[in-house]
Design a protein. Sequence first.
Length: 139
Amino acid sequence: MIQSIEYNGIRYAEVLRADVRVEHTTFFSPAESSFQFGLLAHKAGFVEPPHYHKPFKREIADLQQMFVVQRGEVVVELYADDGTMLEEITLRTGDGIVLIHGVHAIRVTEDMQCISVKQGPYLGMENDKVFVEAKKTEN
């Protein structure tokens, strides 16, 4: 159902295409993951009672991010920790990706707009991104 990108036993990303359909609510991330994602699916007439989620102190050492393309096209480049390119994934309207581990970059190929979701709090640009020199791959 989803495309999982792994390298040396480490999961770097998961891609969810716009045409994926599920009959019932399905989460794709492992239960122990600090970032849970899936598809909510219910038949017409379903009602979930009013509720809230219990507060629970969590310690998160990683920062995962999810993009969902609302319009346009973007290429997500995935790199190993040492800057070696692993894969390029083209995302179009309705496609989504969860960036789980490693280095990533984006290249916009058509004017795009994405929903982006990641853990907070935001600590400012100087504490947010670490730029990595990408290694050229041999053709």
